[in-house]
Ligand binder design. Structure first.
Ligand code: ADP
Ligand code: MG
Length: 687
């Protein structure tokens, strides 16, 4: 149960004075549905505004606040023209207040002729006339005006800065002082303000310590929640699974395992033999051979008399895994089945029966395999492919299926820098496949200007004529989704390629119905289509060895990690593969460096570290999409600097007070609810 002290901050925004449906909607678009969200809607930047007695004291371009006498309104000369309101300062100098469009309507009432108003805005010049366009604030004339630091917030249509500022002020007034969850020594050493003061300061422009503290709160909540998951795991009983190696011995792999694969399998085996459930992440670049490691783990489970299940994020990937694993496991004689949402009626019933009576030993499927109707006789191991599609909360749900917790192995190809692995997978042990299987040909990576598109299409034509397949990736679905009209549209590219290659071209993008998408993907996977035009939905897992050409249009718009993952779609067969990065005409230095890096390295872990370095305080592509390491408050820089501290702090607290019962433990519970990590608290016995 959420502590009562948090009730005021969890109230809906429409409980704030002045918030009706008209404002609630744009607030929602900003993700602000509760008072808490408004409190954490921190300014994007601040304006330092100077108070001047008269216009003469100000420079053109300066943000000022000044008291003016309002004169005549000059109606717009045409529909496009603005309303101009004449105004004078106390020395009689002139300045127009200018309003375009709908804003003019409100301005007429706000600034009646003959009134005195204090105006905040940016002083501009238009020809010989001084003017302020759309003043940021209009106050009744105040006797005393002072220099001020004003927050500038992210807005949505229908909101103004003063409006948000007023809501923030109201929310701050409502917010209670919360008990302190930060370790007192740490807080003193860093000179961090209390939670409430930190919010006040961050909105008011005293940034540094305040923002660090608020970021730390978020990181601590995350670290604590993951620590709770871990300790919950430790308490739960599960069946030790010690395989005798008989099924593994029957395998007839056409290759020898790499040292990294052997090491990972040994780590997994050691976990499986424990009476506490394994919670392990297998991290490995695309093509590093995670599937066969998973197979070894699942065979150990089956050897020990248990069932194993593999969960894939999409229908298509589930199918691919089922094909691969059925083939690989054939010599062992075990029974492998595929269960997806498409299975209906009798087929489905038969599979459910097989799971219940234990005759199906290895199940592969989409999330359908964890629906309530699906009962296992003895599920001992769950493997989750492309882990990052599943949040921690979902991970927990899967893990709690059944009386006893099954062992869990998660797999991901998203290369995450070491410093961020903790944030995203802090509750897990990690095995890394940091070695590629031998004999892989490096992918020939080239950068070409988009101006040479005709040559590229000719090249594609030769490629396809030779019987090979190709991917063509575009950054966005429709041009009108973005203000940049130059963004390549997958649909436009699709139409253009169709006119040349006919129905050998198929398309997938995120806004298609999933059946249509799967159908197109399957035509490509079966080799019936030669070219797949796509947005980044093909990023994960797809395996078509005959596809040996990857073309990425406007490559500079993609992150490094993402480009690397896209490139990993090719180079899967024995033939030589090419990745062609088409770039626009103007490149930033970072974009240039990113493309150069990609050409120079095929190592996902190395590229992930470099990506982090290049982006600095920015946001990591792969992580924002995965939804978890993307903290709302903490910047990437703060994550790197403060997360290790938060992690240690969380472990220490758990060690001393695993039930979170001490005063500080109680405060930490409050923090977890505040940050919506309730799933963490709920794992506490009696929590
Ligand atoms: P990923 O880690 O991306 O899931 P896969 O498991 O799909 O990679 O493996 C990629 C390819 O490498 C597959 O065709 C697989 O048969 C092959 N492979 C896996 N392990 C080895 C190995 N030790 N030696 C040679 N090829 C391997
Ligand atoms: Mg894979």
């Amino acid at each position: 149960m959420r502590p009562a002290v948090l009730n005021p901050v969890f109230a809906q925004v429409d409980s704030l004075t002045g918030v009706g449906p008209k404002i609630a909607r744009p607030l929602e678009r900003l993700g602000l549905t509760r008072v808490r969200d408004v409190l954490y809607h921190l300014p994007e930047r601040y304006v330092h505004r100077r108070a001047v007695a008269v216009l003469d004291e100000a420079r053109v371009g300066e943000q000022i606040v000044v008291t003016l006498s309002i004169g005549a309104h000059r109606a717009p000369a045409s529909r496009r023209a603005p309303l101009r309101i004449a105004a004078r300062d106390d020395e009689g100098d002139h300045c127009d207040l200018v309003y375009f469009g709908k804003a003019a309507f409100a301005a007429r009432k706000l600034l009646p002729e003959g009134s005195r108003r204090t105006i905040a805005g940016r002083l501009d010049r238009f020809g010989q006339t001084l003017q302020i366009v759309h003043p940021d604030h209009v106050f009744d004339a105040q006797a005393q005006i002072t220099d001020r630091i004003e927050p500038v917030y992210a807005l949505a249509e229908g909101l103004t800065q003063p409006r948000i500022a007023a809501l923030v002020a109201q929310s701050l007034e409502r917010a209670p002082d919360l008990p302190e969850w930060i370790e007192p020594g740490l807080r003193a050493a860093r000179a961090w303000p209390s939670w409430l003061d930190a919010l006040r300061q961050a909105h008011g422009g005293e940034e540094e310590a305040a923002r660090n503290r608020l970021a730390y709160d978020e990181l601590l909540a995350n670290a604590l929640a993951l620590a709770l998951v871990r300790s919950d795991r430790r308490r739960r009983a599960c069946r030790p699974l010690a395989g005798d190696g008989r099924l593994r011995a029957a395998l007839r792999l056409p290759y020898a395992l790499t040292a990294a694969q052997v090491r990972s399998i040994a780590e997994i085996d050691a976990d499986l033999r424990q009476a506490t459930p394994m919670l392990r992440l297998l991290q490995g670049d695309v093509g590093s051979g995670k599937t066969v490691v998973a197979l070894h783990a699942m065979l150990a489970a089956v050897e020990a008399g248990a069932q194993a299940a593999l969960l894939a994020p999409t229908e298509l990937l589930a199918r691919q895994h089922a094909d691969t694993l059925t083939r690989l496991a054939a010599p062992t004689g075990i029974n492998v089945a595929l269960l997806t949402g498409r299975d209906k009626g009798r087929v489905r019933e038969a599979k459910l029966m097989g799971l219940m009576d234990g005759s199906i030993q290895l199940l592969i499927g989409t999330h359908a395999i964890f629906q309530d109707a699906v009962a296992y006789r003895n599920l001992g191991l769950v493997v989750i492919d492309e882990q990052h599609r599943f949040g921690v909360a979902q991970r927990l749900m899967l893990a709690s299926k059944g009386e006893r917790a099954p062992h869990t192995l998660a797999m991901t190809a998203t290369p995450i820098p070491r410093s961020l692995t903790l944030a995203q997978y802090g509750e897990m042990d990690v095995s890394r496949l940091d070695e590629r299987p031998p004999g892989r040909q490096p992918i020939d990576t080239r950068v070409t200007s988009l101006e040479r598109i005709e040559d590229v299409i000719d090249g594609l034509s030769r490629h396809v004529a030779g019987g090979a397949q190709a991917y063509w990736v575009c950054p966005m679905v429709r041009a009108d989704e973005s203000v940049d009209s130059d963004i390549a549209a997958a649909e436009a590219r699709f139409a253009a390629l169709r006119s040349r290659f006919g129905d050998a071209v198929v398309m997938v993008h995120g806004q298609m119905a999933s059946e249509d998408r799967d159908a197109a993907m399957e035509r490509f996977a079966r080799g019936e289509a030669a070219v797949l035009v796509a947005t980044t939905v093909i990023e994960v897992g797809v395996d078509v060895p005959n596809a040996t050409l990857m073309i990425v249009e406007q490559a500079e718009r993609f992150g490094l990690a993402q480009l690397h993952q896209l490139r990993g779609r090719v180079g899967r067969g024995s033939g030589r593969s090419t990745c062609l990065l088409l770039r626009g005409s103007s490149l930033s230095d970072t974009a240039r460096e990113r493309l150069a890096l990609l050409r120079s390295s095929q190592d996902g872990f190395h590229l992930a570290e470099e990506d982090l370095r290049l982006r600095g305080g920015g946001e990591l592509m792969g992580t924002r999409q995965s939804g978890e390491a993307a903290f709302r408050i903490a910047s990437l820089e703060q994550v790197q600097r403060l997360l290790p501290v938060a992690h240690d702090d969380a472990l220490l607290l758990m060690e001393r007070d695993g039930g979170l019962n001490s005063p500080r433990g109680q405060a930490a519970r409050t923090l977890l609810y505040l940050m919506e990590r309730d799933w963490g608290v709920q794992l506490l016995r009696g929590g």
